[in-house]
Design a binder for this molecule. Structure first.
Ligand code: MRU
Length: 358
């Protein structure tokens, strides 16, 4: 299946060209396909904050390249550039709080630099590490796609109607996608009859990005408002809800795009299976439970305005952009290290001890 998945890899959103990081501007897709070039860590941090690049794995990859750009500038400025680089790590770390892939990638870059014996090699070492982070995410996507398809086949066979939330495809990752990667692979295997895509208010990652990615590949997708999900589960024969994750804690709780939690509650009520697909870089074993995850709150204007035009009354708006799904509502977590059914602290610890499967 791996070769078929690789052949189906068409869209990419992150392109490292040695001197600059090129990002496909996800704020204006699908209407315009515009690439922006970044040559500073400051620029990359701003791009993450402003959602030019978004999706947990993609944010981590972009930040790793941001460190390379920062190191180059700091080294050229002379002095103790490794110490000065800490300011750039902080700048990048402050761009968005919830997706742990960002901090995972920054820690990996910092550790690699610390292990570099010869300062003359440091820049090349950092660039190699950022490319390795990017490549390993791509590989993880392929493994998860295969494992997810196997899990669906084991439980219910072909002809699936699935519902997904936010965007977890090529645009959100270094490769094929997480949840959308499983859906795309299942489609290639002839197992998907229909995909329902939540529009994902307020940034519309579902209607602008997921629907675009699926339609480009001829995968049958129907768009719905987020609040139609329970009705769709009740009336349209949904067999799986398949979503990604921004942070999974040691007990198996999952932070993902706001609205995921209510999907899980509804899925349990309707007997629909609930799958989370995420690389192990999304798992944060340092946090005991989802209660400890910092949930990003963005400006109320994202709810009160559409396209710069006021649509809401003159009131305060609460705009948390992630929520936490408790582990006991999750049937299966798929990672590149393997799968965990009915996650709990013991099973998560066992998973994290394993090596990657491929
Ligand atoms: O605010 P976003 O668009 O960065 O949120 C993205 C999500 O919540 C995705 O579901 C998650 O990052 C998984 S992406 C593979």
């Amino acid at each position: 299946m791996r070769d078929r998945l690789l052949a189906a890899e068409k869209v990419k959103a992150i392109d490292w060209q040695g001197q600059a990081l090129h990002l496909l501007d996800q704020r204006i897709l699908p209407f315009e396909e515009q690439w922006l070039a970044y040559t500073t860590a400051d620029g990359v941090a701003q791009a993450i904050r402003d959602m030019v690049v978004r999706g947990a794995p993609a944010i981590g990859i972009a930040a790793a390249y941001g460190v390379v750009l920062a190191a180059r500038a700091r080294q050229a400025a002379g002095g103790d550039w490794v110490a000065a680089l800490e300011q750039d790590f902080t700048l990048l770390a402050n761009s968005r709080p919830t997706a742990v892939n960002l901090f995972w990638a920054l820690n990996r870059m910092r550790d690699r630099l610390a292990r570099c014996q010869d300062r003359a090699d440091a820049l090349q070492t950092l660039e190699d590490e950022a490319i390795a982070i990017h490549e390993s995410d791509r590989e993880a996507n392929l493994t998860m796609a295969q494992l997810g398809v196997d899990a669906i086949r084991r439980h219910q066979g072909n002809a699936q109607t699935v519902l997904t939330h936010c965007n977890t495809g090529a645009l959100a990752t270094g490769g094929f996608g997480t949840a959308l990667g499983v859906i795309r692979a299942a489609w290639l295997e002839g197992m998907i009859e229909q995909v329902y895509a939540d529009e994902t208010r307020p940034w519309l990652q579902g209607s602008r990005l997921t629907a675009w990615e699926l339609a480009n590949e001829g995968i049958p997708v129907i768009l719905n408002v987020d609040s139609a999900a329970a009705h769709i589960m009740k009336t349209k024969g949904v067999t799986w809800v398949i979503v990604g994750a921004d942070r999974i804690t040691a007990n198996g709780d999952v932070a993902n795009k706001v609205g995921t939690y209510q999907l899980a509650v509804n899925a349990m009520h309707h007997g629909v299976r609930f799958m989370v697909v995420a690389p192990s870089s999304t798992i944060d074993m340092e946090l005991a439970s989802g209660d400890d995850i910092p949930i990003e709150e963005r400006a109320g204007s994202e709810l009160l305005e559409v396209g710069g035009k006021r649509v809401g009354a003159n009131v305060q708006a609460f705009n948390p952009v992630f929520d936490v799904t408790p582990a006991d509502l999750i049937d299966i977590i798929v990672t590149e290290k393997g799968i965990v059914e009915r996650p709990d602290a013991t099973k998560m610890a066992q998973l994290m001890c394993r090596k990657r499967l491929h």
